[in-house]
Ligand binder design. Structure first.
Ligand SMILES: Cc1cc2nc3c(=O)[nH]c(=O)nc-3n(C[C@H](O)[C@H](O)[C@H](O)COP(=O)(O)OP(=O)(O)OC[C@H]3O[C@@H](n4cnc5c(N)ncnc54)[C@H](O)[C@@H]3O)c2cc1C
Length: 397
């Protein structure tokens, strides 16, 4: 559906960032005409987006809280020799829930019979021409108050160089009986880590559903499907779940940059992955995507560029540190020892520091605490040094 009148905000890309921004604008600028354009058949794709409740900026609660599909009071991590419950509330937004909530914004608002807070256009790819104009798939140029780039990952990871990857394969099952754990296990790390850092991620959704996701941190962006299936089916057997029904599969790969930030250079303000508004070291987008949505919705459109630049500069230490951690992980630490870094993180950090780290709110003292300590015995200092002067992408032979 294309707008018939003037457009105040055109959001290009209906993924996590674009949809959160639509909700923030509907709340903070109820009179604005907002147009969300998505090139795929539907908005939101196929995802489960989890986050720590402490990631949510207070100002965002009024529009954000209703989007949450599941909440747990805490979660567990398991490593060889360490099992810890972290008492930070954890939560999830499903793509289905976010899609439904976003499409509800396209209905006429209660106070006005005709006005719709949002117009959604799917199956249309747009080219952004300037901060206030875009060219639609049909070649028509549209002028608007502000164009916001939420087109997701730039296709530049390999070109930029200096990245590791986090690959995922998640299976959501309907089970005949209740999953044995009531809370998520965010990292279940087994002894054998020869292939790089890998773990299972477990989200129990109520009585009869569970998401089991295999995650691997590696130089190779391809998913190891046989390994994922081996670990997932092993966990189902351990839990005593026979013949569960597979109801959804989600897979993907996130670059974990350590050299230049992965960011699309473009003519308009960019959020989400396109603008570098993600946590480079954890792969979680939610904390920064919420912050970006709040910032855009609260700023005057003509001041947006300046406000975003100021926010990025306030966050520069954190962005740089997250990338430095990736450099340590992928260049200095041997693949089979990477799990030790995460084990130490959970062994020594108190909950307030963990919350600040995941929420991309950590301070210099937190950063120091994260890296101080005895490193694993086998390191690759030459490889680490070479990573600052990349000639070709490094790899462990
Ligand atoms: C398997 C997996 C699990 C993850 N789990 C989590 C998690 O638990 N928590 C978390 O915080 N993060 C998680 N992430 C990361 C998170 O999903 C992404 O970082 C996040 O989706 C980025 O949001 P985005 O809006 O920038 O991009 P996307 O969500 O990718 O959305 C971009 C949208 O723009 C559209 N688009 C692109 N080009 C155009 C164009 N020219 N015109 C119109 N539309 C266009 C795309 O079709 C897409 O729908 C996970 C990622 C993966 C792969």
């Amino acid at each position: 559906m294309t707008p018939t009148g003037p457009v105040d905000y055109a959001i290009v890309g209906g993924g996590l960032q674009g949809c959160l921004l639509a909700h923030a604008l509907a709340w903070h600028r109820p009179d604005a005409a907002v147009w969300l354009i998505e090139r795929a058949d539907e908005i939101c794709g196929n995802h489960t987006w989890s986050f720590h409740e402490t990631d949510v900026a207070e100002g965002a609660r009024p529009w954000f809280d209703a989007l949450v599909t599941h909440r747990w009071p805490g979660y567990r991590v398991r490593f060889p020799g360490l099992s810890r419950r972290v008492g930070i509330p954890y939560a999830t937004i499903s793509a289905e829930g976010l899609r439904d909530a976003t499409l509800r914004l396209t209905l006429p608002s209660q106070d006005s019979r005709d006005r719709r807070p949002l117009i959604v256009q799917t199956r249309m790819a747009c080219e952004i021409l300037s901060p206030t104009s875009l060219r639609c798939g049909d070649g028509v140029t549209i002028d608007c108050g502000a164009v916001i780039d939420c087109r997701g990952r730039a296709a530049t990871a390999e070109a930029v160089g200096g990245v590791g990857y986090q690959t995922f394969i998640g299976h959501e099952y309907r089970t005949a009986r209740r999953w044995p754990a009531a809370e998520p296990t965010v990292m279940d790390v087994r002894e054998d880590q020869a292939g790089g850092f890998e773990f299972l991620y477990e989200l129990p959704f109520g009585d009869d559903r569970v998401l089991l996701e295999y995650t691997r941190f590696h130089e190779d962006p391809t998913c190891d499907e046989p390994r994922a299936l081996e670990l997932i089916s092993g966990r189902l057997s351990e839990a005593g779940i026979d013949s569960p029904e597979l109801i959804r599969t989600e897979r993907g790969c996130l670059p974990m940059p350590y050299a230049a930030p992965e960011r699309r250079e473009g003519p308009s303000p960019a959020g989400g992955y396109a603008g570098g508004w993600y946590h480079a070291a954890t792969g979680y987008s939610m904390p920064l995507a919420i912050r970006f949505a709040e910032l855009v919705a609260r700023s005057r459109p003509d001041r947006l560029g300046g406000e975003l630049a100021a926010a990025a500069s306030r966050d520069a230490m954190r962005r740089g540190f997250a990338r430095f951690l990736n450099r340590l992980l992928f260049c200095l630490v041997m693949p089979e020892d990477r799990w030790r870094i995460f084990r130490r993180f959970y062994a020594v950090l108190p909950e307030d520091r963990i919350a600040r780290f995941y929420g991309h709110r950590f301070n210099a003292a937190d950063a120091t605490r994260i890296i101080l300590g005895r490193p694993p015995t086998r390191l690759a200092p030459l490889r680490f040094a070479r990573s600052f002067f990349p000639i070709s992408r490094p790899g462990f032979a």
